[in-house]
Every structure is written in C-alpha cells, then in structure tokens.
Design a protein around this ligand. Structure first.
Ligand SMILES: CN(C)C(=N)NCCC[C@H](N)C(=O)O
Length: 292
C-alpha cells in the first residue's frame, strides 16, 4: 500500500479532483508520559494487556512532528501523574471563536482532566464556561463550517447540547451513537473541510443516519473495517488528513476527493481506545472580522 501512495498522489494532482487548501491550525496536545491502561471504560481497554509508555511517547512525538512539519502550531499542556488518559486532549474542551466549553467527564477516572484543561485556558485569558451536564469535549463535539455536530448515547449528555449551542453560538445537531465500540462521535465521524465529512453509518441510530444523509449527501462512507481501525479518528487541515495507515478504503476515498491522506501509527494509544484525533484539541481562536 505504501508504494502506491506516490502514484495516487500524482493522479490526485492531475485529475478532476478539487484543489484542497490548508487552513493553518493551532492544536493543544498532552504528552503520554503517564499513559497506561489501568481501568476499562470502553470496549477497547484491556488492563491485563501490557502497554509500552516509551513507544506511546514515540508515536505521539511523530504525530506532533507531522503537525509542525505541515505548518501547524502545537501548544502543550503538562501531563498530570495519575491521569493516564490525559493524552486524549480532544476530550479536554471544545473551543470555538475563542470561547471554551469546559469538559465534564462521565467516568470518575477522568473527572480531574476537565478542570486541568479549563485551567490551561483560563490561565491564558480565555472565556471558559462550566456547563451543568456531562460533555467530553471534541470527543463528542465536532465543529464544521456552520454548525456543531454533537454525539450522545455513551458519554456526552444530550442536555449539554443545548448549553453548547447557547454558549458557543452555533447550531448544534444531535447525533445518537448506538455501537459501544464507537462511543465518542469522533470515532464514528470526521470533519474533512467546512461542510465535508466522512462517517460510518452503522455507528448511528436510523434517525441520525437520515440526518447525516440530508446534511451531507456526498459524504465519504466508511466501511466497518475502516471504523474498527479508528480510521474516522482523523484530523484534517482542509488538505492533509492524518489517520491510521490501516484504514485503506478511506485512504483511497480521500485521494480520489483530492485530499492528501497521511498514515499514522498510534497502536499504543489504540489500547485505550484513541488515535490521532483523540490526541488533538483544536484551538479555534476568534478571527477578527471573519466568520470561522
Ligand atoms: C475520540 N476521542 C477524543 C476519544 N475517543 N478519546 C479517547 C478516550 C479514551 C479513554 N480511554 C476513554 O475511554 O475515555
């Protein structure tokens, strides 16, 4: 598969595919120096299986270097001992137009991460809102051009969706997740560009599948195999899409739409049920005089 990539890349630049442009991003990440799987709060986590923290750090460093190499900014939050899942920065908050919706975690093991991320933003002068209901940040809130797609069913409480809509000032579309393997929205759907997404239909209720078909009739549909290797836990900057290298069908589909997929290996973090997107919180600052 690796040898095919230059050929596909050449095809992508000469064919009828849309020209994709990068929008530089600012990300927040947390090094997995305390990473381990010592409890189980999703079907991927098996505490009896060994983990390799050094390898987790090396894989995470590679992801960070890729972002920097693509011209994005990466901020860091200090990892806290005793919070092994803190590497999954996407769960730490939701940031839209410089406003920060603080996360409130469902499981006791992760509860202290919410205030840690909120403090990082408060210390830097951001307006931070503590909602009354459970929400796991960008794990369940995915921001598109005009709206916010919001997952519920396993982690984020649907009552949080109304709070997010009020505080963040964008319409929120509720989507019901039904497969415990895809317990956060960002394991089942990825935003590729303003109004372009890819998703695995089997992760959603019939009604949510209808909603997605209406909103995104041209979406890339993932196979179960792609979803099962966390292919939808992807990060797009509008042109490059970072995703697990095993997601071969999605990689082909992305090339054919003019994107440049970049395969990453985060096998250690997958043992806790996370991949690229989980490690990456986008800081969407207010852009003066522009709609985001
Ligand atoms: C998509 N995102 C942000 C995630 N899926 N995050 C990974 C969380 C993993 C953690 N063990 C948990 O179960 O909460």
């Amino acid at each position: 598969m690796q040898q095919d990539i230059p050929a596909r890349q050449a095809a992508a630049t000469t064919g009828e595919r849309p020209v994709r442009t990068v929008r530089p991003r600012r990300y927040l990440m947390c090094a997995p120096v305390h990473f381990d799987v010592v409890y189980s709060i999703n079907p991927w986590m098996e505490p009896e299986k060994p983990t390799d923290t050094e390898l987790a750090v090396a894989q995470w460093e590679r992801l960070r270097s890729l972002y920097l190499g693509l011209g994005h900014q990466v901020e860091l939050i200090d990892p806290i001992p005793g919070l092994p899942d803190m590497v999954f920065a996407a769960n730490g908050a939701t940031v839209v137009d410089g406003k920060v919706l603080a996360s409130r975690f469902r499981h006791a093991q992760r509860v202290d991460e919410g205030p840690a991320y909120a403090t990082w933003f408060r210390d830097r002068g951001y307006e931070v809102f503590d909602g009354a209901h459970i929400n796991e940040g960008e794990g369940d809130y995915l921001v598109t051009g005009d709206r916010i797609l919001a997952g519920t069913g396993f982690r984020t409480d649907r009552r949080s969706h109304a709070e997010a809509e009020r505080f963040l000032g964008r319409p929120v579309v509720t989507l019901d997740l039904i497969d415990p393997r895809f317990y956060h929205l960002d394991t089942a759907l990825a935003v590729l560009d303003h109004e372009e997404v890819m998703y695995y239909p089997g992760a959603f209720s019939a009604e949510s599948r209808r909603t997605l078909r209406e909103l995104y009739p041209d979406a890339i549909l993932a196979t179960e195999e792609d979803a099962a290797v966390f292919g939808l836990n992807a990060v797009s900057d509008g042109r490059h899409v970072l995703l697990p290298e095993q997601a071969s069908h999605l990689i082909d589909a992305l090339w054919s739409r003019g994107f440049v997929p970049i395969g990453v290996d985060l096998s250690e973090l997958l043992k806790s049920g996370g991949s690229s997107k989980c490690c990456t919180l986008e800081i969407r600052d207010r852009v003066p005089g522009a709609s985001a």
